[in-house]
Write a protein that binds this ligand. Sequence first.
Ligand code: CP
Ligand code: NVA
Length: 283
Amino acid sequence: MQLKKEAREGVRHSQLAGKVIGMIFEKPSTRTRVSFESAMYGLGGQVIYLSGRDTQLARNEPLKDMARVMSRYVDAIVVRTFGQEVVEELGRYSTVPVINALTDLFHPCQILSDIMTVEELKGDITKLKVAWVGDGNNMANSWIQAASRMGFELKIACPEGYDPDPEILTAAIKESEKPITLLRDPVEAVRDVDIINCDVWASMGQEHEQDERIGVFQPYQVNVALVAAAAPGATVLHCLPAHRGEEITDEVLEGEQCCAFDQAENKMHIHKAILEKHILAQG
Ligand code: CP
Ligand code: NVA
């Protein structure tokens, strides 16, 4: 929040002058890519962006070799990929920080900017009730971990067969101070909540399931009626990109209770904080 305030005041930063990050993106991205690049430039650093097909990973160079080579050139590696094991393997062999910019399993940096947005609007998230409505995907898994680590109440409504990762959910329920519950009924999930969260019904890599999912997920659409079932003035979150008319209606996305574009802006501020913390920690 301090970095955001200073950016608004026109303060120029140079904490990361002379530092370079390598960004390896094997899936498309608008917000995460541009906000990480903008964050790094905003702190005086530089960025090397590599799409999946630009690297020798596309020709099966082992991840452990990639990690060790990249570590000799850059001060941190930001990765967007399919398997969580890719990020973990890079992390095992890299001598610089490896930052997860989305895998099939998690989207942790997004949740940090979402929580920042919630706290700007409504204060301490541990005093709020949060609902997740829709697919038990990477975003849902990261919200579950955040609820357990930070201690806020989370109600999740997913259709049967589309639950969050069961190991992540079970561990989180066990460790959390506040209730984390998995429900089937979206109306029950949003009852009394301060925050309603949603995301696309078919994530990147699941495009072939799109038609089938539209049928299954229809009752989970975040529309005016569902928002009315939450606490008065509840805030709607969407990490974007959105499919209007599917997981969220145009009316809700463009309505004043939705803060999707603040979430998008905050990605840049939170990425500055993430980069500063991890790169400077190395000395
Ligand atoms: N929210 C988000 O991660 O968007 P991008 O896929 O555009 O990076
Ligand atoms: N669940 C979505 C998030 C996009 C930011 C996906 O993985 O495609």
